[in-house]
Ligand binder design. Structure first.
Ligand code: CAA
Length: 283
């Protein structure tokens, strides 16, 4: 099917990045969230991030203005019913995603493809509760969306080939690279990345190294662009913990046991950059 318009549910860290890249690639974007402040902040963030790309010579001023004009916002989730492709990028909680799909479904065109940017929840389970499991799949971007090259495309057990190919064509048009992943807990990137981050937290918890020495070791010793604790703060410690719990529950192996220190930070509300406190202090 010919995808021209994209509805993005959730204007947070991932949602505003998705709206940004979709608009730059020429799609009409309808961005939804629960309150006007979040939507206004998302539009500001998108403009600021596009300015960075203009300064870096990656985007022209003219393309930036055209892209910004292609992004519309709405507080009414049901307005997204007119879009050809929906990407749900709401909070990583299954009951929230479920409620969003339940609200949207009666308003969708029959041919609309429904996707979730979930980083770990079962695509098959989310799809099974909709009216279109064959046109449902995982569309998982990496953070920061405008910079990271990869998109994981995850087929649920019922996803049909036409849906996969339509989503793959969107990824191609974004100039990004699609990796096809099967629907098992946390897919590919987070299956590998999160246990490494969790192990870094254990390394801190057991006193093997300080926050600084752990991050420096992985930056200079393994050529990672960010240390694992800095990266955990960037992703959000609540998200890291949620993904570890999905791995632990889904694969029933103690090697995925979330580090108690990670749990404690989340309980304290120290969620990383977004709360200005995590392994580092951003206040
Ligand atoms: N929008 C647009 N451009 C951005 C941007 C954004 N949000 N963030 C950074 N950039 C641009 C900068 O403007 C800069 O552009 P130029 O090269 O043209 O100057 C370039 O990206 C590099 O940025 P910086 O110079 O500010 O800083 P840096 O070199 O330290 O790079 C980084 C920042 C890209 C975030 C880098 O540290 C990095 O790649 N970190 C690792 C990120 C990562 O691993 N992400 C995956 C997380 S896992 C995930 O997302 C999956 C999940 O489900 C949890």
């Amino acid at each position: 099917m010919d995808i021209r318009s994209v509805g993005v549910v959730g204007a947070g860290q991932m949602g505003n990045g998705i709206a940004h890249v979709m608009a730059l690639a020429g799609y009409e974007v309808l961005l939804n969230d629960l309150d006007k402040e979040t939507l206004d902040a998302a539009l500001e963030r998108i403009a600021r991030n596009m300015d960075r790309q203009v300064r870096g010579g990656k985007v022209s001023e003219q393309d930036k203005e055209a892209a910004l004009a292609r992004i519309k916002t709405t507080l009414e989730l049901t307005d997204l019913g007119r879009c050809d492709l929906i990407i749900e990028a709401a909070t990583e909680r299954e009951e929230i995603k479920q409620k969003i799909f339940d609200t949207l479904l009666p308003h969708l065109k029959p041919e609309t493809i429904l996707t979730s940017n979930t980083s770990s929840i079962s695509i098959t389970r989310l799809a099974s509760r909709t009216d279109r499991p064959e046109r449902f799949m995982g569309f998982h971007f990496m953070n920061p969306v405008p910079v990271m090259q990869l998109v994981e495309l995850i087929r649920g057990i019922a996803t049909d080939e036409a849906t996969f190919q339509a989503c793959k064509a969107v990824v191609d048009r974004l100039g990004k690279t699609a990796a096809s992943a099967e629907d098992f807990p946390a897919f590919i990137v987070n299956r590998i990345l999160m246990p490494m981050i969790n192990e870094a937290v254990y390394t801190l918890y057991e006193g093997v190294g300080s926050v600084q020495s752990i991050d420096q070791s992985m930056k200079l010793g393994a050529n990672h662009p960010m240390g694992p604790l800095e990266l955990a703060d960037f992703i959000g410690l609540d998200t890291c913990l949620a993904i570890m719990n999905v791995l632990h529950d889904g694969l029933a192996d103690t090697k995925y046991r979330p580090c108690p220190l990670l749990t404690k930070y989340v309980e304290a509300g120290w969620l990383g950059r977004k709360t200005k406190r995590g392994f580092y202090d951003y206040r």
